[in-house]
Design a binder for this molecule. Structure first.
Ligand code: PMP
Length: 440
């Protein structure tokens, strides 16, 4: 009952949850007038009249961007990627205007699928025009009536959507808790017993690499071991982890030492670390072949735009050093250093910060929903743009500000942001722990 407004207050002037009679104004509710790099221009005043034409140059404030998922800084002009994207635009245009199986497969599409499969460590991959659609369209193709989906309680809406649309039985396990997963698996298997000698046609366990509202890394090694024990398939959504973590950016499997052969379906999006759009599924050759013939989103949806495909390939080439520079390795080192520095400084100041080391996503707990607009507004007054999140994206009393760190933030940017956030924290009273004394 949100009347068309998104739960996350980015890009909204008014955020109105009718059910709660709660009016939260000015929650980072301004359109962005420039590309979302480390700094961007945010339109200062934008009336509630959504029909009003927005003038690009009017009332623009330059803000430090702690809000978008531009983890590696590829969502800005890049000396290697941008000229190649422009070239692909000239050669192939902005859209194929056709599904893959009709006239929508260019050379770039097949090159991209080889490149993604190689990068994530699977034999084959299939790419889609949108990350959300990748989950919501693929899950129903993989499983249906007579199947059992066991889903982490905090999985993304696109996964929930796909699971609900599949017709399979859905069970939820306690967020990122392998012991509860095992309990739910056992109960699920027992529940399916009367069927035949095999309780379910198949069981798929769905988890994420990094949870975007919690900043936590998945307990993948234990989850994979349990799935092996109970012969369940593992479906891993790496939207926030691919490119962002792991020595060479290959995500949580690389970071946590999990063999990609033990993850049956690897899903990810290109909208975060790669600064592009679209999503992928990577898996065995047989799985990808099956999806190519059966997935309606692949058969009937327009293929990913060629310049987006080129951007992804170029970004991966930079990460792998195939551009002839060490920029990729530097970006990966930088995002890790930036994330770990920012997290530990926030903790030293007395904030309650969720999530794990190495994760570029760090929620600062606000708890009380009334602190949502105050935090956002006070940060914005000092030109720091932070996404604030409340119900229904989180439980009502677990409101938070969600910081996303990027490799394109300089140390000075982060020090300034910490200063602003510290002042705002004192002002609105959200330092729930004693601060660590500063070293002389
Ligand atoms: N999966 C997860 C875990 C996500 O967080 C998101 C979006 N942030 C998606 C899928 C959907 O991806 P996209 O925004 O690229 O459509």
């Amino acid at each position: 009952n949100l009347e068309g407004y998104a739960p996350i207050c980015l890009g909204l002037e008014d955020f109105y949850i009718r059910r709660l009679y709660l009016r939260i104004q000015d929650c980072f509710g301004r359109p962005i007038a420039s590309a979302p790099d480390a700094w961007f221009d945010m339109v200062e005043r934008y009336s509630n009249d959504h029909n009003k034409t927005l003038k690009r140059t009017e009332n623009v404030a330059r803000c430090l961007n702690l809000g978008s998922y531009n983890y590696l800084g590829f969502a800005a002009a890049d000396e290697y990627c941008t000229p190649r994207v422009i070239e692909s635009l000239k050669q192939y245009s902005a859209s194929t205007c056709s599904p893959r199986v009709e006239a929508g497969t260019t050379v770039l599409h097949s090159e991209l699928e080889d490149c993604v499969a190689k990068f994530v460590g699977k034999p084959a991959s299939l790419v889609f025009g949108m990350g959300y659609v990748t989950n919501s369209a693929i899950i129903p193709v993989l499983i249906g009536k007579g199947g059992l989906i066991i889903s982490d309680s905090l999985n993304h809406s696109s996964i929930v959507n796909g699971a609900r649309g599949s017709g399979a039985t859905i069970r939820v396990f306690q967020h990122n808790t392998p012991s509860d997963l095992e309990k739910v698996l056992r109960e699920g298997i027992a529940e399916g017993q009367p069927r035949t000698h095999r309780p379910w046609k198949k069981i798929i366990v769905v988890v994420e690499g990094i949870y975007s509202m919690e900043g936590e890394l998945c307990n993948l090694p234990e989850i994979v071991a349990i799935c092996k024990k109970y012969k369940a398939y593992v479906y891993l959504d790496e939207a926030h982890s691919i490119g962002a973590v792991g020595k060479t950016g290959r995500g949580v499997c690389e970071l946590l030492g999990v063999d990609t052969a033990d993850v049956d379906v690897m899903m990810g999006t290109f909208t975060k670390s790669f600064g592009s759009s679209g999503g992928y599924i990577a898996g065995s050759k047989e799985l990808i072949q099956y999806l190519k013939y059966t997935c309606p989103a692949h058969l009937y949806g327009t293929s990913i735009s060629p310049p987006s495909a080129q951007q992804i390939m170029s970004a991966i080439q930079v990460l792998l050093g195939e551009d002839g520079s060490s920029r990729g390795a530097q970006k990966l080192a930088r995002i890790r250093e930036n994330s770990n520095f920012f997290r530990s400084e926030l903790q030293k100041m007395g904030f309650e910060v969720l999530g794990d080391n190495d994760s570029p996503v760090m929620p600062i707990m606000l708890y009380n929903p009334s602190k949502i607009p105050a935090f956002s507004r006070e940060c914005l007054k000092q030109n720091v743009a932070v996404v604030v999140v409340g119900f229904p994206a989180t439980p009502l009393l677990l409101a938070r500000a969600r910081i996303c760190i990027s490799a394109s933030h300089s140390r000075e940017d982060l020090v300034r942001a910490l200063e602003v956030i510290s002042n705002v924290g004192d002002l609105i009273g959200i330092k729930y722990f004693p601060a660590e004394p500063k070293k002389e």
